[in-house]
Design a protein. Structure first.
Length: 113
């Protein structure tokens, strides 16, 4: 899905697959905005009550994801010139409110940074 400034939501919506090994249910598609950071919450859900990160002592959950709109960088080019620093192109930033990623009205253009 693309809006009038050429923003394609598919570019920021990678495939994330999860399988419950005891399930025989058919495939289910969830179009909520997710990132790799959702994996620990998904992996411990229903398995561990009140999971805690053993290194930080912080709870494992995705609560912060719903506190405010998520910021999304829509850049295609980046460089690692010296091995330590990533350099990103000047590109648009967007926010997305919680909900289905393909609903363009959930996305807001923030500006170029």
């Amino acid at each position: 899905m693309t809006d009038d400034i050429g923003f394609n939501t598919c570019f920021v919506n990678p495939i994330l697959l999860m399988k419950d090994f005891d399930s025989n249910d058919p495939w289910v598609t969830d179009e909520q905005f997710m990132t790799n950071a959702d994996v620990p919450t998904m992996a411990t859900s229903g398995v561990i009550d009140n999971p805690v990160n053993p290194f930080t002592g912080n709870p494992i959950n995705n609560d912060a994801k719903f506190d405010e709109p998520m910021m999304v960088y829509y850049g295609h080019d980046w460089r690692n010139d010296d091995g330590d620093t990533l350099t990103y192109e000047y590109a648009p930033w967007f926010t997305i409110d919680p909900g289905p990623v393909f609903e363009l009205d959930r996305w807001s253009f923030v500006g170029y940074e």
